[in-house]
Ligand binder design. Structure first.
Ligand SMILES: [Zn+2]
Length: 492
């Protein structure tokens, strides 16, 4: 029997605005699509939160014994600077400004994206397709929409006819926007647009002579519109109807609304059963933004090279911090909040270590099976990680009682307790065990003691001893640095 049969899961569906019982299209299998990054700059911390939320969803579904196909794309063409379809392609612009090939931009920031996500222990998706790898599929979809009369061609560009679509279907079904408000063309002056209506969006854009990313099509040389790639890739790898589509809250409109419209025209249905949206991250109570300087790169958090935080924080502490909020809540990032998370994380890791050395009792003084079910209940309620973490701290309390001899567990319960705790902490939340702060302090004291002993040896001209201390520490990955009158160390 698979675990998902015992643990009914409810997911908040953005389209119905209700928590619904999760029933996959094919029993035991889950198809999940998440809109990936546009790789024209270092990955934004807010986006990291979104991808980490869906990593947690992916992990929990797998933990429940579902066979999951998780598709997360890389947008390497077609994402314009604004929703008006009239700005410049973000990647082409970066390539022009830096005088490098667009694919160099793509490569550089795809590597950054993977490096940061790996550091934060995100699992790789099952398939990571790119927009430029699916130009043919996108052209086929445009042909289909044109044939069905829901798109039109103007001067080598093709636009989706939103008003015509809205005659039979509802445009705005996900975001709740009224058709008259759903305008994609905010920055273009009247009369400059070639669209029939400002609500229409581009399926294919004609490339100007200086545009460096270009492909041939039945409508001339150009490039695909951004919304199209996700329809092409999700249909190709997950089918016309799949289980979960995720993304950041900001993608609901227009991106996901356009995906629904495209798929409705091509396949006659909303392609997704459960639409999930992760909420945003603020910093010190304000929206994160490069232009106001209220911004920090993930890498800068880990190294401490920033002016915002009091000290460096490890990737797993940042992960724990993000997991302490529900994915649909706004989360505020600050030094104080991270310090509190670090303390909590250290407490949890310390307790897990203590649990290893607890001896078996003659009876059990608390109900492990009931506690375990409460952990599942939290996750089954739309992936409520803060409630799960509250249950994990309940476990920490019990571990301390066990340590003090004020609680006992029989072997079977002790095993169940340990296995459940490990499964939720490491498999579901994706935390990793690092040296706790206490251990770090101990290490520092021990190395400083050895540095002093080495200094004494040198004062006594005992070079053999001095070299031995330095070399043996180096072999352990601890490098001594002799400065002016002072020796410091780094752990490699
Ligand atoms: Zn998308």
């Amino acid at each position: 029997m698979s675990l998902f049969q015992d643990q009914p899961l409810k997911i908040y569906n953005s389209i119905s605005k209700n928590k619904e019982l999760f029933t996959p299209v094919t029993a035991g299998n889950v198809g999940m699509y998440v809109c990936g990054p546009t790789v024209y700059s270092n990955v934004h911390l807010g986006n990291v939160r979104t991808f980490m939320s869906f990593d947690m969803v992916f992990r929990y579904l797998q933990h429940l014994d579902y066979k999951v196909r998780y598709v997360r794309n890389i947008t390497d063409a077609g994402h314009m600077e604004d929703d008006a379809d009239e700005g410049e392609d973000k990647i082409a612009k970066k390539a022009r400004v830096e005088k490098i090939e667009p694919m160099e931009v793509v490569q550089r920031y795809t590597v950054d994206f993977h490096t940061i996500l790996t550091k934060m222990n995100n699992l790789p998706p099952s398939i990571e397709p790119t927009a430029t790898g699916h130009i043919i599929e996108q052209i086929e979809i445009i042909k289909d929409i044109l044939e069905k009369g829901l798109a039109y061609e103007v001067n080598g560009s093709v636009y989706f006819d939103v008003l015509k679509y809205n005659e039979d279907k509802i445009y705005g079904v996900l975001s709740g926007r009224k058709i008259e408000d759903a305008i994609h063309n905010t920055r273009v002056l009247d009369g400059q647009s070639e669209k029939k209506n400002p609500q229409d969006f581009a399926l294919w854009k004609k490339a100007s002579p200086q545009h460096i990313m270009r492909w041939p099509s039945p409508w001339g040389i150009g490039f695909p519109g951004w919304h199209l790639e996700c329809t092409a890739m999700s249909t190709k790898y997950l089918g016309e109807k799949f289980d979960i589509h995720g993304g950041g809250m900001d993608l609901k409109f227009p991106h996901h609304e356009c995906e629904i419209a495209q798929a409705e025209v091509c396949n006659g249905q909303n392609p997704v059963n459960y639409w999930m949206h992760a909420n945003m991250l603020t910093m010190n109570g304000q929206k994160m933004s490069k232009s106001t300087g209220n911004n920090i790169l993930p890498g800068e958090i880990f190294t401490g090279e920033n002016t915002i935080l009091s000290k460096p924080f490890s990737p797993t502490v940042v992960r724990f911090f993000m997991m302490q909020a529900h994915y649909r809540s706004i989360l505020d990032f600050s030094s104080e909040a991270l310090e509190a998370s670090e303390k909590g994380y250290n407490k949890l890791m310390e307790a897990i270590k203590v649990l290893k050395n607890i001896s078996v009792g003659a009876s059990s003084s608390f109900d492990v099976a009931a506690w375990k079910q409460m952990c599942y209940d939290a996750m089954n309620d739309d992936f409520n990680t803060p409630i799960l973490i509250a249950q994990l701290f309940e476990a920490v309390k019990q571990i301390n009682l066990l340590k003090e001899g004020k609680a006992t567990l029989i072997q079977e319960d002790l095993d169940l307790f340990t296995n459940t705790l490990h499964a939720f902490v490491f498999d579901v939340l994706g935390l990793v065990s690092e040296a706790t702060e206490q251990e770090g302090n101990k290490l520092e004291s021990v190395v400083n003691m050895l540095i002093n002993m080495r200094k004494q040896a040198r004062d006594n001209k005992d070079w053999a001893m001095s070299d031995q201390i330095r070399d043996e520490l180096k072999a352990m990955g601890i490098q001594l640095k002799d400065g002016k009158g002072e020796t410091t160390f780094i752990v490699e």
